[in-house]
Write a protein that binds this ligand. Structure first.
Ligand code: SAM
Length: 300
């Protein structure tokens, strides 16, 4: 990997220029924002600024992040179409003592993004691999879905073809964990319909445009979400679907349902509490709303 040695190796943030110390040789896997450029870490900026080069999935996308923070490190394209050809040069540079940063267009490299083979081969060659953790759409969606986070399964993208997608969904049915699925807006409605048909009326959430201007998380059962997006058409932006785990005992006991409602009413209006509990318990929203009204009195 050819690099220049005389360029400035600093970054600017909030009007302050920060000089970055040269990093130790090795491969730096750097997470970058999934929308809001303010979500990049200070350590990520310092590493990108001081690296001998940055391997980027799309150099134009990464250039925007670098420009925002006045970083002038050289960019090298590293994506699924050229990785096999570029990787030997990257590994040779690392073996010669370079510090190279790997980024994807958004979020964490290797998570539905390039980088896996590079990390495998760098590790096998005895090269130090460092992580700079940060944004990841799957984790971000889990934090807004209002679904269990104690155990989750990352599916990535479901197959685009209907038959393969349905087969894959059938394989997901017994997994006792919340499921996290990346989806393209154009396929959202059909995927939700297949998820509803394959998994039943589980509570779910569609998290869209996280960290961006039109961020939205819509929570309901899979059946309701499939109906909504079937009627509304393809939404704009980027999407993560989160699906609650299978209910071991089917419908919750009346007392357990009341406890869930009371818990939700402690922080939410009757309407919102009913929506959240209905999604969680896989019950019709109207039924939960009626019960929440009784338990919560006249609060709206
Ligand atoms: N490596 C990335 C990460 O750490 O999340 C994921 C890359 S994958 C090619 C892109 C997919 O991530 C999108 O199609 C969408 O499903 C999800 N995604 C990325 N940014 C998002 C955002 N701001 N809001 C919701 N989903 C997002």
């Amino acid at each position: 990997m050819t690099t220049t040695t005389t360029r400035p190796r600093g970054f600017s943030a909030r009007g302050t220029r920060v000089e970055a110390a040269p990093p130790a040789p090795g491969l730096y896997v750097v997470a970058t924002p999934i929308g809001n450029l303010g979500d990049v870490s200070l350590r990520a900026l310092a590493t990108l600024a001081a690296a001998d080069a940055i391997l980027a999935e799309d150099t134009r996308v990464t250039r925007k992040l670098l420009d925002r923070y006045d970083i002038s490190a050289p960019l090298v394209a590293y994506h699924e179409h050229n990785a096999a050809e570029v990787r030997p040069r990257v590994l040779a540079g690392l073996a010669a003592g370079q510090a190279l940063a790997l980024v994807s267009d958004a979020g964490t490299p290797l998570v539905s993004d390039p980088g896996y083979k590079l990390v495998v081969e760098a590790a096998a060659a005895g090269i130090a691999v460092f992580t700079l953790p940060g944004p990841c759409a799957a984790i971000a969606a889990l934090t807004t879905a209002a679904l269990p986070t104690d155990r989750f399964f990352f599916e990535g993208f479901l197959p685009a073809k209907a038959a393969a997608r349905r087969e894959r969904i059938a394989a997901l049915r017994a997994i006792p964990a919340t499921l996290v699925v990346y989806e393209a807006p154009s396929r959202l409605a059909e995927s939700l319909a297949d998820l509803a048909a394959g998994l039943g009326p589980r509570p779910a959430a569609v998290a869209r445009e996280l960290t961006k201007l039109h961020e939205e998380t819509r929570r309901a059962t899979l059946v309701e979400l499939a109906q909504h997006y079937g009627a509304a058409g393809a939404p704009k932006g980027e999407i993560v679907v989160v699906v609650g785990p299978p209910q071991a005992a089917g419908r919750p006991e009346a007392s357990a349902l009341d406890a869930m409602i009371l818990d939700a009413l402690a922080g939410l209006s009757v309407k919102d509490a009913a929506a959240v509990v209905a999604a969680k318990a896989g019950l019709p929203r109207r039924e939960v709303y009626a019960r929440a009204l009784k338990l919560g009195g006249s609060r709206k």
